[in-house]
Design a protein around this ligand. Structure first.
Ligand SMILES: Cc1cc2nc3c(=O)[nH]c(=O)nc-3n(C[C@H](O)[C@H](O)[C@H](O)COP(=O)(O)OP(=O)(O)OC[C@H]3O[C@@H](n4cnc5c(N)ncnc54)[C@H](O)[C@@H]3O)c2cc1C
Length: 423
């Protein structure tokens, strides 16, 4: 009697999950592969700013899974995962469907965290997916349009003020993009760009905590970013040392130096924090195999210590061997490592430890401007930094945008080759 082969199920089609699926398919994995995501499109997060600004199209950075996976042997299921019963090897979906697996990949990423601040969830814009980028873009255009129509100066000022909470990489990149973009958009409508105000709010006085703060590089990436934020089409205002205490639909209340104050803004974007996906937090995994904040601690092979048939990577997991940042660079390499180990398992071979390398810190600092801190030694700014950043990410774009890969991969290989030899 033939035994049923359960599919290898991949939960989450982000950098880890999608790259696991594509890699398995390219390498003729002998088992059925099912990829489950609640969205119908893959969000190429590092380039969401280009999507917002119109520098890139949805085909390039927000493509449909069905298009990406066409011709592969991956079956895509659009549904929300409700729970994963690891002891029973069973996945439950919002539609009521259940799946049983032999091997599972957990690649559900992280979720935005509002730290319990009243009104933050209801009244702020997140910027983590293509859908959220579209929503923010539409809202900003509406505000600019209304601002050109109102005679009320106070209302116009509010419509033209954008508050961005959090000065990590996402907050800084979003502020820099908007400080170039909104003046252009407003001018097209006949408005005065100088009336636009972008305010970056941060609890501490240090921005970009944990990003490329190397002593080997002459200028810190923080100094470069501050410089760039001051030199956009309009200068970004800094409100540092300010803890947000409450958010309303039209203002942010904060505490600074013991005083409560507020900032009126028709647009409030939230980039202040992330936390583990609730589904990951609720898994039947012993406390010793989770971090204090609920992320999974995996073995160097990316397996869960208590469930060797289950792999996890990207933002929902931490490799016990190294403490790598939650980035796309790490996530897709872990996806490839997971796929290699699933292929090894299928062939009865030994599993290998994931070997993940960081190319450096790459930040977008406005339209056509970026900074690249390479190998903890070299900092490249301006247009060349921008070319390096874009080339790096464009080479990662999954099918079917082969043209981009073809035109950029030579460039990035040349540049990285040159710098890695020198390092
Ligand atoms: C705006 C922004 C800019 C960024 N810029 C950079 C950058 O420049 N460089 C860099 O290296 N990194 C960057 N990052 C970080 C990078 O995007 C993440 O580290 C990376 O996406 C993590 O990959 P992942 O596969 O773990 O998770 P994700 O890519 O977040 O994918 C998780 C997937 O799981 C799905 N999912 C979640 N829960 C469920 C559920 N219950 N049911 C079904 N599906 C579910 C989601 O829809 C999503 O598709 C950026 C992130 C953001 C938000």
């Amino acid at each position: 009697m033939s035994q049923t082969v359960n599919p290898t199920i991949i939960l989450g089609g982000g950098f880890t999950g999608l790259f696991t699926a594509l890699h398995l398919s390219h390498h003729k994995y002998p088992k059925p592969i099912t990829l489950i995501d609640r969205c119908d499109r893959f969000s190429f997060n590092p380039m969401m700013y280009e999507y917002l600004s119109g520098e890139m199209s949805d085909e390039q950075v927000y493509p449909r899974y069905l298009d990406l996976l066409e011709g592969s042997k991956v079956r895509f299921v659009q549904d929300s995962v409700v729970s994963a019963d690891l002891p029973q090897k069973c996945i439950r979906l919002a539609s009521g469907l259940n799946y049983t697996y032999d091997n599972l990949v957990l690649a559900l990423g992280s979720v935005g965290s509002f730290f319990g601040i009243e009104g933050a969830k209801e009244h702020t814009f997140l910027f983590r997916t293509g859908e959220q980028a579209i929503k923010l873009g539409r809202h900003l255009r509406e505000c600019l349009q209304k601002a050109t129509q109102t005679e009320d100066e106070r209302q116009r000022r509010q419509l033209l003020t954008v508050a961005i909470v959090g000065a990590g990489a996402s907050g800084v990149e979003l502020a820099a993009t908007l400080a170039d973009l909104l003046p252009n958009w407003y001018q097209e409508l006949g408005g005065n760009p100088e009336e636009i105000k972008i305010v970056l709010i941060n609890r501490s006085y240090q921005i970009l905590k944990g990003s490329g703060n190397s002593k080997n590089v002459e200028n810190s990436i923080q100094d470069t970013a501050i410089d760039a934020l001051k030199n956009r089409n309009i200068s970004v205002d800094f409100l540092f040392g300010a803890s947000v205490t409450q958010v309303y639909s039209d203002q942010v209340e904060y505490q600074k130096e013991g005083q409560i104050a507020s900032l009126c803004a028709a647009t409030i974007a939230w980039t202040a924090g992330v936390t583990a996906n609730p589904l990951i937090k609720n898994l039947a995994v012993s406390e010793e195999y989770k971090t204090r904040r609920g992320y999974l601690l995996v073995k160097p092979t990316m397996q869960l210590p208590e469930y060797p048939e289950v792999f996890a990577g990207g933002d929902c997991a931490l490799n016990s061997k190294d403490d790598l940042p939650q980035t796309a660079q790490v996530a897709y390499q872990e996806g490839k490592a997971i796929a290699d180990n699933l292929l090894a398992l299928a062939k009865g071979k030994e599993l290998s430890e994931a070997d993940v390398s960081l190319r450096g810190t790459l930040l977008k600092l406005g339209l056509g401007e970026s900074v690249a801190n390479l190998f903890d030694r070299y900092q490249i700014k301006g247009k060349l930094g921008h070319t390096i950043r874009n080339s790096t990410y464009l080479t990662l774009l999954p099918t079917p945008v082969h043209n981009f890969k073809a035109t950029t991969s030579w460039l990035i290989d040349e540049i990285f080759e040159q710098y890695s030899n020198a390092a």
